[in-house]
Design a protein around this ligand. Structure first.
Ligand code: SF4
Ligand code: SF4
Ligand code: FES
Length: 530
């Protein structure tokens, strides 16, 4: 009824009273007071079919335990999640699931992050009463990269619902019934979908695994770092999994404003391969025609001396994969010589929308920070080399490949400063000062996505050799030029940018937090699909 809209309902969960809006389920209300009710088929981004019965709780005056993932709170409800009866009901569910589940935790990729393992342990499920041999269903590939271990599947249908409701491409289904049930494609062929790997993330056990990650690490050996995907201008929130300074995988980090619970397959691969291969690890300066490796102070001295000598107005080509902070500091460095123009290119590919959450798409702009580069007065250009060709003053290159540059590129520049992660032949032939830089995963920083949302990422791995964030190198040079104190952190560089650049005014690392914030005037979003 219209009058009741907005009225809060009182509920007591395990002795704690709280008020929730109408429509809140018991499971959601419990989470608000820190009570996690075990669940298998429920996922916050999908519909709730209430088929596993793992989330049963006792409700005062109800004749039997109720599934908390679908039962909505009613005013005055008193719920108990851990009574002997509720625990007994959950133990029975686990006992049934383990009748045919193989005991292969020691070799299962999901061990340590498996909800079946966790709850079996929690409920003290030590032995089975089953004396029959277990049903063996085998394994199969459902996509070129995802293997399905049917014996481990608990038929929760999260993967089926992801493909049906979020991908809107209902290629998966449950075949057979009961202990013979398994998941497969409609046609028995493997399927392809740009967001397919989310089915691995939603699987609560080790039934769906990414072949790329298979047997590479135990989950407890991984470190996890909050980051932002650099694969396109969407800016999906991710968590980077690392082991022994290697990036092994990327998983989505929930953000209702950007990517809900999902990310695309292209992004996962981009994160793992970013920064792979031979890297530029030492600073170099040109002496008697040759690039010579030097320590950082000598490299900075050479840069500062060259800038102080008045090389003429500065132009640049920069990467739109560089962070806001690095782009800002490089622009400041250019200002010291006289900013004449900076250019960046945007590699593109087909846009692929996630139909069930259309706010998310693998964007056609396959760089993370084109918007940031524009706000910092760099200009989009189709042919970045042509825009600086023949320039006679200072020329800066920030982490952009010179592999496709025409012959003679940079030969007219009075000073060529190359700040980057890789040294290609053109940079080796022409640069006067070479400064090794870090990738996004090797430093703290921020990107501005296509909607104008500014989002922070944190350092996930150590930088190779002597590589440093470009903002750190640039600000050390600026301070030697007498143009202000050197920044000690990315947060300080961001604060200086927010004070200097109108679009970022009012933002800071603290207010951005882990989920970012929109620039003034940028849209804020639709919530996650539930
Ligand atoms: S494969 Fe995983 S997500 Fe799919 S039904 Fe089986 S257990 Fe659930
Ligand atoms: S949509 Fe873009 S930002 Fe999101 S995961 Fe894919 S490539 Fe990365
Ligand atoms: S989580 Fe509630 S029935 Fe499966």
């Amino acid at each position: 009824m219209g009058d009741d809209k907005g009225q809060l309902l009182k509920v007591t969960i395990d002795g704690t009273e709280l008020s929730v809006p109408p429509g809140t389920t018991i499971l959601q209300a419990a989470e608000r007071v820190g009570v996690v009710v075990p669940r298998y088929c429920y996922h916050p981004g999908l519909s709730a079919p209430a088929l596993c019965r793992m989330c049963l709780v006792e409700v005062e005056a109800a004749p039997k335990p109720l599934p908390s993932c679908v039962q909505q709170v009613q005013d005055g409800m008193v719920v108990r999640t851990s009574t002997p009866d509720a625990r007994k009901a959950r133990r029975a569910v686990i006992e049934f699931l383990l009748v045919n589940h193989p005991l292969d935790c020691p070799i299962c990729d999901a061990a340590g992050q498996c909800e079946l393992q966790d709850y079996a342990f929690e409920t003290g499920q030590l032995r089975t009463r089953n004396i029959e041999p277990k049903v063996v269903l085998g394994r199969d590939k459902v996509t070129a990269e995802i293997v399905y271990f049917a014996d481990r599947c608990i038929l929760c249908t999260r993967c089926v619902r992801f493909m049906d409701e979020i991908a809107e491409d209902a290629v998966l289904q449950v075949i057979q019934r009961g202990h013979e049930g398994y998941i497969d494609t409609m046609t028995d062929e493997m399927f392809e979908h740009p967001f397919s790997m989310n089915i691995v993330d939603v699987c609560p056990v080790g039934a769906l695994v990414n072949e790329d990650f298979l047997f590479k690490a135990r989950s407890w050996d991984l470190d996890h770092t909050a980051s932002i995907c650099p694969g396109c201008s969407q800016g999906c929130n991710i968590s980077i999994g690392t082991k022994e300074n290697q990036i092994l995988r990327a998983k989505p980090r929930p953000n209702a404003e950007v990517n809900s619970y999902w990310m695309c397959d292209h992004g996962r691969k981009a994160v793992v391969s970013w920064g792979a291969g031979a890297r530029l690890e030492v600073p170099m300066v040109r002496e008697e025609g040759r690039l010579v490796p030097v320590e950082w102070p000598r490299a900075l001295d050479a840069l500062v001396e060259a800038l102080a000598a008045g090389p003429g107005a500065a132009r640049a080509i920069v990467s739109a994969g560089a962070s806001n902070e690095s782009l800002f500091v490089v622009r400041k460095l250019m200002d010291a010589a006289g900013f004449e123009g900076g250019f960046f290119r945007v590699p593109t590919g087909p846009e692929q929308v996630l139909k069930g959450f259309p706010r998310l798409a693998l964007r056609s702009e396959r760089v993370p920070n084109a918007r940031g580069a524009e706000l910092l007065r760099f200009e989009r250009a189709d042919d970045i080399y042509a825009r600086v060709q023949g320039h006679g003053g200072a020329l800066f290159v920030l982490d952009e490949s010179l592999t496709g540059a025409p012959d003679g590129f940079g030969q007219d520049a009075s000073l060529l400063v190359y700040i980057g992660t890789r040294l290609d032949d053109t940079a080796r032939r022409r640069a006067d000062v070479v400064l090794p830089a870090t990738t996004f995963a090797e430093m703290d920083g921020s990107f501005t996505n296509l909607e104008g949302r500014v989002q922070r990422f944190a350092q996930a791995v150590k930088a190779p050799g002597m590589a440093r964030p470009a903002w750190l190198t640039g600000s050390a040079a600026l301070s030697r030029l007498g143009a202000g104190a050197a920044f000690r952190s990315a947060a300080e560089a961001f604060a200086a940018m927010a004070a200097d650049v109108e679009a970022y005014r009012g933002l800071g690392y603290e207010s951005l937090g882990l989920h970012g914030a929109p620039l003034a005037g940028a849209p804020t979003g639709a919530g996650a699909k539930s």
